[in-house]
Design a binder for this molecule. Structure first.
Ligand code: GAF
Length: 393
């Protein structure tokens, strides 16, 4: 039995609410409503921009976008999370023209049009319930809800993986965040009840069943509410170190280095690169190990691999902060089978695999440890693998 405090605190943004917001802003009904989810990554962190493996699942939380074509060549967008007049821009918007939250929307319009897709004028209303800044991919959910809406409204017929790449390009080249493709692929390609085992080089995906309830287990997501610190600069720096190391080693990407290659490869790199490379290479191996165990029905067996991933992110990749380490340690001390930070790091969330009847006790232990350390009060919810992006109405 799950403690009530750990069930979702917010109602899913409803199609009716976002449709009403659209009608209030634009004085007519939308042509349709599309939904795209946020995600948690079960394992495979900072591997996607190294052409490696990831294993995310979609969350029930996400963004809904109500949209309708217009006769002119302008885009207007309102957000229920950012009350105010619609943000407007021409369809031939360019990087730098729009900043703030609407840049994620403008970036998708720019990215699709830059790839030759005939996107015309459109009105949009968006509503989301992915906590912003928690590392649960609220930006990818926004990008992908808009990308799906444009794809259908303008009959573009873009395949999901291509849509994810275009949304990633919006974030890389319009917003200026050099992310990999995991979050956008998770948003468009995840399926209910499954993890997405994704090869980020080929974008080949396998859906791996993930039914924690049938094992009396729960995946607890603990939001440390630690403010993201230095995220953009540090993320870009990690990425650059990996790319430089790949060049030194003479491989296309670190994905091409195996664990057995490490003794020969590491001495050729500087100290910082050695640590980064060791993380990426061992993390890819852990993802494959987790997938093998899940295919064999060994859910508890993934626990130590999750914990090892956290240690590697803390010691070698250096993207954790005190709140993340404290949450993991407290969860493990209270009996979690495994725990790790999820997402880019420097704040955000921890996931913990726990016996279902221990979920509340594990969360209480984290709260107590946070109170002792003088950290802000964390929040938590239990996550189930939810559907990827789809049209709601
Ligand atoms: C962020 C990025 F957006 C992803 O592409 C990925 O690199 C992740 O950090 C780390 O695994 O969510």
């Amino acid at each position: 039995m799950i403690d009530e405090r750990l069930s979702r605190t917010t109602e899913a943004p409803s199609a009716a609410t976002v449709s009403t917001a659209f009608e209030d802003a634009f004085g007519r009904r939308p042509d349709g409503v599309w939904a795209a989810p946020g995600r948690v990554n079960v394992i495979g962190e900072h591997t996607d921009y190294n052409d490696g493996f990831v294993l995310p699942m979609a969350l029930p939380q996400g963004v809904r976008a109500a949209a309708a074509r217009t006769a002119d060549d302008r885009v207007r967008v309102v957000s229920l999370q950012e009350p105010g007049e619609p943000v407007g821009f021409p369809v031939d918007v360019r990087p730098g023209d729009v900043t703030g939250w609407a840049a994620y929307v403008a970036g998708v319009v720019w990215s699709l049009r830059s790839a030759g897709h005939a996107v015309g004028g459109v009105d949009l209303a968006v509503d989301g319930d992915v906590p912003a800044g928690a590392g649960l991919s609220s930006s990818a959910a926004l990008e992908c809800s808009v990308a799906c809406a444009l794809n259908e409204l303008f009959d573009l017929d873009i395949a999901p993986a291509d849509l994810a790449r275009l949304a990633q390009r919006a974030e890389n080249d319009f917003v200026g965040m050099p992310c990999g493709v995991m979050d956008q692929m998770a948003s468009v390609a995840c399926e209910e009840g499954h993890l997405l085992f994704l090869d980020t080089r080929s974008l080949r995906a396998e859906r791996v069943p993930f039914d924690t309830a049938s094992h009396d287990r729960t995946l607890l997501v603990i939001d440390t509410r630690a403010p993201h610190r230095l995220v953009d600069g540090e993320y870009a720096r990690r990425r650059a170190a990996c790319e430089a190391a790949a060049e030194t080693v003479g491989v296309r990407a670190l994905r091409d280095v195996a664990v057995d290659d490490l003794p020969a490869v590491l001495p050729r790199l500087d100290d910082e690169q050695q640590r980064r490379v060791r993380h990426v290479v061992t993390e890819n191996a852990r993802v494959e190990d987790v997938v093998h165990r899940l295919r064999d029905g060994d859910l508890d067996g993934i626990g130590p691999l999750l914990t090892a991933s956290h240690a590697s992110l803390r010691d070698d990749y250096e993207v954790t902060v005190g709140e993340l380490d404290t949450a993991v340690e407290a969860a493990l001390s209270a009996g979690a089978l495994g725990a790790r930070m999820t997402g880019g790091g420097f704040g955000g969330c921890v996931i913990a695999l726990v016996a279902a009847d221990r979920a509340a006790a594990v969360f209480d232990a984290v709260r107590e440890a946070f109170a002792t350390a003088g950290y802000a009060e964390p929040t938590a919810f239990t996550a189930v693998p939810s559907p990827g992006a789809h049209r709601v109405r």
